[in-house]
Design a protein around this ligand. Structure first.
Ligand code: FAD
Ligand code: SIN
Length: 534
């Protein structure tokens, strides 16, 4: 299967193609260069676009006095609600501190305490202060700045901006040997082209745009996960879409990216209140307001249902240096008419992070030879049913380095692409009804009835095909494929676990200590397996 495109009008090549310029793509590209491999880095908008630059809270790593990777592991496993792959968690927490030190050596500057040590804060699910942050609440912008400076300084990395990867190219023996791209460029590289490589690394980030309200930027349309599915790769854990509990509530009419109020604000003392001014998280979990994200999100959702009010309150007026500690959040609150130093902030959950994605091994290798996945697009198993706060930037750093090391050891031979089979394309006008239906039926709380209704809508929307290849149509088609995968898995998992909550199955069940793995064949038929956790 592939998306409908025009005929490729140009071609290029490199040892490895990296798709995406967030923390995962940039880290992979830099590490590939350290082994002398040539890299083509393609990214669908400006190079600094993506979730990475929006990251607020920070990066988790066991760097503080008395902290250990083992304690970080315990918190990661607890948040993951029984579905983490222990080996992947071990890799994340044990290689994490070194990966962060390397990032600092590459030029990233983190905030310091009064004594000159790196300042560490706390977020939901962490039993220790282990979150490094930069610019107060602008960690992602600093990580992105430092990595981009290093990438731009390396002439062995060719960068093509405004280059949207559409589909994988495969050889007769089924290995991925390149991608089709659409470039909005000038000169010889404009329109649809082909880039060949010995391996392709997908680092296209998340799929937050599958819902009406999200913290994710507009580029987060799950393109790489959809590309991998169409190439025959397995995806796993896709029902576990994490909803961030505290997103600034403005109006349901506001769709797309919404301003985040970092969990670190609660880490510094802010508390959640319901419309009766009660601190409703107290007694609900031993960590109260700093319980793992799924627990807080569902409690907020319950409070909203009780009160009929589409938000709860976050009271941060007790944080004395709010403007310095959280300058980005302060600015976005003020821009929305709220002074968080004087008044409570209305907040509600919104889609935030895909804990699942393309199933990979500990070296980022997918089930399709030649196709590697890094960052939020991947399912390494490190997050299980719910990612621990600030483990995502870390995952990009750790697994980006591992993918490069693996490719340096075992770079496949360049394959010759063969023509792919059937093509599909949906009309971009499906986007709004798709997002509304996903938010209503497959959001924070789901049930068989709500999921089936959404499935029905998705089936109807799949009839709205298009014959006009363009960016909006490719993105809408990708979101439709991923929405279908999410709904299928969510219907299959008849229990509540992590960020997948079912009103008709409110409890977790030991029978479900397994992962739902899905694949699509060349005719568009889905295959679903339930695999035991390793
Ligand atoms: P991204 O950074 O999203 O990069 C994806 C890249 O792929 C982009 O360059 C995009 O343009 C490109 N792309 C997408 N599709 C295509 C295509 N078809 N062709 C070519 N290029 C494509 N995590 C933490 O650990 N700590 C935090 O404090 C934190 N705060 C967050 C705050 C916000 C508001 C958000 C949205 C997320 C936050 N996260 C945080 C999550 C974290 O930022 C992301 O999971 C992480 O940055 C993902 O990195 P990535 O490289 O996988 O993807
Ligand atoms: C936040 O700052 O609350 C987001 C952190 C994360 O997604 O890990």
């Amino acid at each position: 299967m592939r998306l409908l495109t025009g005929k490729p009008g140009w071609s290029t090549s490199a040892d490895v193609i990296v798709i995406g310029s967030g923390v995962a793509g940039l880290t992979t590209a830099l590490n590939l260069r350290s082994y002398g491999l040539s890299v083509l880095l393609v990214t669908k908008a400006r190079i600094d676009e993506g979730s990475t630059k929006w990251a607020q809270g920070g990066i988790a790593a066991a760097l503080g006095p008395g902290d250990t990777p083992d304690q970080h592991k315990k918190d990661t496993l607890a948040a993951g609600a029984g579905l983490c792959d222990i080996k992947a968690v071990d890799v994340l927490v044990s290689e994490g501190p070194e990966a962060v030190r390397k990032l600092i050596a590459q030029g990233a500057v983190f905030d310091k305490s009064e004594t000159g040590e790196i300042a560490l804060t706390r977020e939901g699910g962490h039993l220790r202060n282990r979150i490094l942050h930069a610019g107060g609440d602008a960690t992602g912008a600093e990580v992105s700045r430092a990595l981009l400076a290093a990438v731009r300084g390396d002439t062995g990395i060719e960068i093509i901006e405004h280059a949207l990867a559409i589909d994988a190219l495969k050889s007769i023996s089924g290995e991925v040997c390149g991608v089709t791209l659409h470039v909005i460029g000038a000169g010889s590289r404009d329109g649809v082209g082909r880039a060949l490589a010995k391996a392709v690394v997908v680092a296209t980030g998340g799929l937050g745009q599958v819902y009406s309200q999200t913290t994710n930027p507009a580029v987060s349309t799950g393109d790489g996960v959809a590309l991998a599915l169409r190439a025959g790769a397995k995806v796993a854990d896709v029902e576990f879409v994490q909803f961030h509990p505290t997103v600034l509530w403005r109006d349901l009419a506001n769709r797309g990216q919404q301003p985040l109020i970092s969990e670190a604000v609660r880490g510094e003392g802010a508390v959640l209140l319901n419309n009766k001014n009660e601190q409703f998280m107290v007694g609900k979990h031993p960590q109260a307001d700093l319980a793992p994200r799924d627990v807080v999100a569902i409690e907020i959702f319950n409070q909203m249902q009780i009160s009929g009010q589409p938000y709860v309150w976050l009271d941060a007026t007790n944080i004395s240096d709010f403007t310095n500690r959280f300058p980005t959040i302060y600015a976005s609150c003020i821009a929305n008419g709220i002074d968080p130093t004087k008044e409570r902030i209305p907040v509600a959950p919104a889609s935030h992070y895909a804990s699942g994605g393309v199933l990979v091994d500990l070296d980022g290798q997918s089930s399709v030879p030649g196709l590697y996945i890094c960052g939020e697009s991947a399912c390494t198993g490190a997050h299980g049913a719910n990612r621990l706060a600030s483990n995502s930037l870390l995952e990009g750093l750790v697994f980006g380095a591992r993918i490069a090391a693996k490719l340096a050891k075992e770079l496949p031979k360049q394959g010759e692409p063969v023509e792919a089979g059937n093509s599909v394309l949906l009309d971009p006008k499906i986007l709004l009804p798709l997002q509304i239906s996903m938010s209503e039926g497959a959001g924070v709380l789901r049930s068989q009835t709500s999921l089936k209704k959404t499935r029905q809508t998705l089936q109807e929307l799949s009839k709205l095909t298009s014959t006009e290849p363009r960016i909006e149509a490719w993105e809408a088609s990708n979101l439709h494929l991923l929405a279908t995968a999410i709904v299928k898995s969510a219907l299959t998992r008849t229990e509540s676990r992590g960020s997948h909550r079912r009103s008709d199955y409110p409890q977790s069940s030991d029978q479900w200590l397994s992962r739902i793995v899905q694949q699509v064949d060349a005719d568009g038929n889905w295959k679903s397996d339930v695999e035991a956790i390793k």
